[in-house]
Structure formats: structure tokens, C-alpha cells
Ligand binder design. Structure first.
Ligand code: 13P
Length: 294
């Protein structure tokens, strides 16, 4: 079923697990992600970024399709605008029917971040749409932003930010970054800071830049209070790897077969990731799949 991300993350926060948010840029990706969640009896979030929308995943096609896919499965599925930044992006996403919006004003001065996000929260909450904000800044892995301690989320400021904006979920900067890290590098996460943030805020926390972060880090992040993990690059890589292997095996593999190969690879990747972060067999709202079998 199609849900506001608010309820998905509320349950994850109360029961100490995390839900994947996978950037999905076409029908095959969205279907792979939703069917993986359905098979694992796991809540799931579909992310679409503003750039991705402009290049390929136009909301006029994607939103009705994802809603339809969501209504066919018995797990909660949310659709989240990823890294919206302008007022226009946010209002457009709400009008298209997204059940959640992220507003990323994290590169702006603090007071402007608070003002922009508060404005969006007022509009979104009137329609039961969930809002994710970001404080500190999760940058790019290929330029080493993950090592810039000055970009990490400040705990006292986060308290003030949440109080003043009224957001439902907070994206925190604790040492991850978007995209591929330099070859062989696994980021070092600031788990002490994460513990302080969780103790202070007691609300759903989001980790951006899930790709390449290492299983051990991801497990510890979930145990430390992360409730939503954004993954894009690694999902693309799962598809690319399978497509390359298929073409190496048979260079004449046709379009239909190659797209099916990509979809199957993404589905497998998401199913494994769901096991890693503990969202399998959870329906949300405190109910688990086993409850519904009783
Ligand atoms: P990755 O591409 O590093 O997984 O980051 C995804 C993300 O955080 C989207 O907001």
C-alpha cells in the first residue's frame, strides 16, 4: 500500500531498525525494489532525485506507476522527493502525489535552512506528507567530503533545528558521502556523534550515501539509531555488473533480456540489503509479518 514515509519511519524508530530508500529511475527499478520489499515483507521507500526526474524519471509517468505498484503489494511503500531544494521542486512534488519530500537546504546559512524547511513543513503537514530535512552536509565521496568534520551535524544545533522546523526525519552527516569512494576506501563513521544525536532527538534519523559504506558500518549505524538508509550508486552498480556479465557471456543479448537481467539484479541486491538492515517481516505500526500469520 501507498503510505506517508512518516508512519514507516515512526515504526522503524520505535523498533530500532532501518528501511531502505532506493533511488529508482525507471519502471524496472521501481518494480525490482517494490517486489523485493514485498517478498521480504518489508516496508520500502522509493527515492527520486530532482536531477533524475529531469533526465529520465519524470513524475507524470513515475508517480502513477509507483502508486499502482504500491497498491498491489501488502507492505507500506513511500515515494520521497530526494534532495529537493527549491520551493518550486517541493510544491511540484506534493502536487504530483509524492508521499514524502526531502528539502535539502544544508548548504545554506543555518537561519535560511530553518526558514525554508519550516515553510515546506507547514505546507506538507497540511496534507499528511512527511518532510525530511538535512543539517550538517552530506557531500560527495569522490572529493572526500566525508572526511570534513566541519560538515558533520552539530548535536545542539540539531535540537534547535528540529524544534523550530517540525521535520519528521533528519538526515545527519556522520561520515558518509554520496557516490563512489576512492577505490578500496571504506569511510570511518562517527558513531559517538550518532549516539549523541539519537539520545538528544529520539526521532527518525537518515543516512545518505549508503553506497560503499561497508556492511559493518551499516549494521552499526542501524544499531545506533539510523532508520532510513539512502542507496543509489550501489543499486545502479548491481544492475551494471549483471548487464556487463550478461553481454560478456553473450554479446547478442537483446534489449528485453538485458533489461530483465538488470531488474533481477536490483531485486536481489535490495532483498539482501533488507536482511542487512533488519526491515524484513515488518509491516510497520509495530506489526510484524508473523503477527499477521497468527
Ligand atoms: P549513494 O549514491 O552514495 O548511495 O547515495 C544515495 C543518496 O544518499 C541519495 O540521497
Amino acid at each position: 500500500m501507498y503510505e506517508s514515509m512518516k508512519y514507516i519511519l515512526k515504526d522503524a524508530n520505535e523498533h530500532n531498525y532501518a528501511v531502505m530508500a532506493v533511488n529508482s529511475v525507471n519502471m524496472e527499478m521501481a518494480r525490482a525494489v517494490i517486489s523485493a520489499a514485498a517478498e521480504k515483507h518489508s516496508p520500502i521507500i522509493i527515492n527520486i532525485g530532482v536531477g533524475q526526474m529531469k533526465k529520465l524519471a519524470h513524475p507524470s509517468e513515475m508517480v502513477p506507476m509507483i502508486k499502482e505498484m504500491a497498491e498491489r503489494v501488502d507492505v507500506p511503500v513511500a515515494l520521497n522527493l530526494d534532495h529537493g531544494s527549491t520551493f518550486e521542486d517541493e510544491v511540484a512534488a506534493m502536487r504530483w502525489g509524492f508521499s514524502s519530500v526531502m528539502i535539502d537546504a544544508s548548504s545554506l546559512p543555518y537561519e535560511e535552512n530553518v526558514a525554508r524547511v519550516s515553510n515546506i513543513v507547514a505546507l506538507a503537514h497540511a496534507r499528511d506528507i512527511c518532510v525530511e530535512g538535512e543539517l550538517g552536509h552530506v557531500g560527495q565521496a569522490n572529493v572526500g567530503d566525508n572526511e570534513h568534520l566541519d560538515l558533520y551535524t552539530n548535536v545542539a544545533q540539531a535540537r534547535d533545528y528540529v524544534n523550530r522546523t517540525g521535520i519528521d526525519a533528519l538526515a545527519v552527516a556522520i561520515g558518509t558521502a554520496h557516490g563512489d569512494y576512492p577505490k578500496g576506501m571504506v569511510p570511518k563513521l562517527d558513531f559517538d556523534r550518532l549516539a549523541e544525536l539519537k539520545a538528544e532527538l529520539k526521532m527518525p534519523l537518515v543516512l545518505h550515501g549508503g553506497s560503499g559504506s561497508g556492511e559493518e558500518n551499516i549494521r552499526k549505524a542501524v544499531a545506533g539509531g539510523i532508520n532510513k538508509i539512502n542507496v543509489c550508486t550501489d543499486a545502479f552498480h548491481a544492475a551494471e555488473k549483471a548487464m556487463k556479465a550478461k553481454w560478456e557471456e553473450n554479446p547478442n543479448t537483446n534489449y528485453l533480456e538485458i533489461m530483465m537481467t538488470a531488474e533481477a539484479a536490483i531485486k536481489k541486491f535490495v532483498m539482501d540489503y533488507i536482511d542487512l538492515i533488519g526491515s524484513a517481516n515488518r509491516y510497520g505500526y509495530g506489526a510484524t509479518f508473523s503477527d499477521s500469520q497468527e
